[in-house]
Ligand binder design. Structure first.
Ligand code: TYM
Length: 333
């Protein structure tokens, strides 16, 4: 595949209440990548439909996520930021790829099993084929790298399998992408149960710090975070609650676990929690302020959504046309 630049692709679901995990595991690591890659970031609203949404709130969340991307420092002139549903090629390629994906592969997806258990009253076909739509997102742009948190690695693996299968039948159609995992913050855990990842769908609001939480709420949640009774400062698996607090601190402050263990030597857990909450507030407060500023400028966001969707469509449609030709669909244009 002849390309001037390597292509990078990522995105987040457009569901409300993004967490600190989403920010530290994904969004924060995207900033600055445009110097090295041609970057595409989607607001994954089609994926969010696998769970019931309230239409007006959902539309507002998709817009807010677009603002969060920009607020985090992802420049819509240097990167392509767009709503997944505004580029119809995603749904179209997903259908074609569905026909190249096996039931057994999808049944093995742990996220499907988890979500099916959580939403037992709504185990819809979209939830089952979710990874195929994700594969379509990535493959449409001939992406070389996909920065994600560790929970998405299995979806990346199936994307690679689908791409390789398709290429083995039709020749070199898709670039086979590689995952790109940030060193720190790749897996931020629940504050209430450090064996589970911090998740926006957690029923316990104290388990997650949300990106729009105010400083007092952040302080309260950190204070209540589960630790252990060892009362020693260490960064190790046997103290998962403390380790998770240190991971968040490291990611917010760009420090290493070794630095942090030294910094807090002799301190109590209360002091650690206080420092973690201030570090988190230091990162989230400017982000929140910028979102509020952007929210006022409706025309600017509308314009970003429109022009960036056109840029995304141009790239995506190139691949889609090639795929259609390969599989034998008729091109009447
Ligand atoms: P989503 O919306 O669940 O999560 C967005 C990103 O946040 C990361 N993440 C975390 N990282 C560290 N600790 C956590 N506790 C944590 N929780 C979430 C996720 O790994 C992800 O990188 N399927 C994707 C959305 C998607 C996508 C794509 C991503 C759709 N198409 C194509 C990349 C490429 C998802 O559910 O993300």
């Amino acid at each position: 595949m002849n390309k001037d630049h390597k292509v990078l692709y990522s995105g987040m679901q457009a569901t409300g209440n993004l967490t600190l995990g989403n920010y530290l595991g994904a969004l924060k690591n995207w900033v600055g990548l445009a110097d090295e890659y041609e970057c595409y970031y989607g607001v994954m609203d089609l994926h969010s439909l696998t769970v019931r949404q309230n239409a007006p709130e959902f539309r507002a969340h998709a817009r807010e996520l677009m603002m969060l991307y920009i607020a985090a420092g992802i420049d819509p002139e240097k990167n392509v930021l767009y709503l997944q549903s505004s580029v119809p090629c995603h749904a179209e390629l997903a259908w074609i790829l569905n026909c190249f994906t096996y039931m057994g592969e999808l049944q093995r997806m742990t996220q499907f099993k988890d979500k099916a258990a959580k939403h037992a009253d709504n185990v819809n076909a979209g939830l089952f084929t979710y990874p195929v739509l994700m594969a379509a997102d990535i493959l449409l742009y001939q992406s070389d790298v996909v920065p994600v948190g560790k929970d998405q690695l299995q979806h990346l693996e199936i994307t690679r399998d689908i791409a390789q299968r398709f290429n083995s039948i039709y020749g070199d159609v898709f670039t086979v992408p590689e995952p790109y995992i940030g060193k720190i913050g790749a897996r931020i855990m629940s504050l209430q149960d450090p064996s589970k990842k911090m998740s926006k769908s957690d029923e316990n609001p104290n388990a997650s710090i949300y990106l729009m939480d105010d400083p007092d709420t952040i302080r309260r949640k950190c204070k209540r975070a589960v630790t252990d009774s060892e009362a020693t400062i260490a960064y190790r698996d046997e103290q998962p609650g403390l380790k998770n607090l240190f991971d968040s601190y490291c990611a917010c402050m760009d420090k290493t676990p070794d630095d942090v263990v030294k910094e807090f030597a002799g301190c109590g857990y209360g002091q650690v929690k206080e420092a973690v909450s201030e570090a988190v507030i230091g990162v989230l407060k400017p982000l929140q302020d910028r979102v509020k500023e952007l929210a006022v400028d409706k025309a600017y966001i509308d314009n970003v959504m429109k022009t960036n969707a056109e840029r995304a469509y141009y790239a995506a449609n190139k691949t889609l046309r090639k795929v259609k030709k390969k599989v034998g669909l008729t091109d009447i244009r």
